[in-house]
Ligand binder design. Sequence first.
Ligand code: BGC
Length: 392
Amino acid sequence: MKRPQHKYPFLLWSLLLIAISSCNGPAGTKTTGKDTTVAEAVKLKTANFQQTINDKKVKLYTLKNSTGASVAITNFGGRIVSLMVHDKNGVLTDVVLGHDGLTGYQTKPENYFGAIIGRYGNRIAKGKFTLAGKTYQLDINDGVNTLHGGFKGFYDQVFDAVQPDSSSLELTYTSKDGEGGYPGTLNVKVVYNVTADNAVRITYTATTDKITIINLTNHAYFNLNGEGKGSILNHLLTIRADAITPVDTTLIPTGQLQTVKNTPFDFTKAKTIGADINNQNEQLKNGKGYDHNFALNKHSLTQSVATVSSPNSGICMDIYTNEPGLQFYSGNFLTGKTHDGKGGKVYGYRSAFCLETQHFPNAPNQPAFASTVLKPGQTYHTVTEYKFSVNK
Ligand code: BGC
């Protein structure tokens, strides 16, 4: 049988590729006609987020823009608790995993849901590094390595919070000299903004009084089908990176850059997260799935470094950052058994993905990687935007 021939096959393919590899129209332009606050939509009880921890008051803050998109943040760990955006039918959908109250964040096995990660995002080999001739030993909290700031990283600290207006929140924290083994008193400021065009912008700044290292990020666990709505393997993902930093079996980068070409790590054109995740590949084995730093081709606040979308909800997210790396983690350690979340929903195996903007893991021990050293007199400054829209 002869297939029907199209007059403009190239044009059609190009349009399709554009449609699936980048987000289009702004999300949130359609409203439900109801003023749905975050607290109502996800039934978060603000009382469950009011507590005194480390002698500091903890609360839940809600940030909104005029389209109705909103983010709820607790100053315990600076965590994003919910992130509500409109889906293709105009329904507000919570796209991040989390808990119903502070107790969940203090007792459940996953420490990092939505949290600010510091002082150092991802791993440092054996928790050791040398700076200005002195060797420092950090907490060993992940096998033989340190991960995400150690046993009492920023995810476990209370930030001071000021809400200057309804769409932003300023969080500050002073990390004492020697905290977690890191040198220098570090003054950190993290500002969250929900912009008019539906981006959650996170601006990180920090200064120190002694030479130190720093690598801050946010650890939101996303599911663009809606949190608790199954696996993320059907999401379409593009990462604009031609190389990854391959890792050993303890997930420490070997120091090399490895091309993604002809490997399961090639997300330079949109493909589903699940397409190659179970391939026989040494790097996938080491990560038990994707758990790798992608070396971004360009890192700028004007060009998207990664695009991900859900065919179910139509929700699409673009990431903008001035960081050189992006950790893509495919939720390989979510078990479903004890990973229960908001509204008692079960967060099963690979039911979320993380895209953490960062400098490369273990950079303090890899002279070839961009430096993460911060000196007195310098100001650390990075910006990341998660921008939402809908594919209809
Ligand atoms: C790490 C994973 C880790 C996850 C949750 C990611 O940034 O790379 O190995 O399991 O965070 O802690």
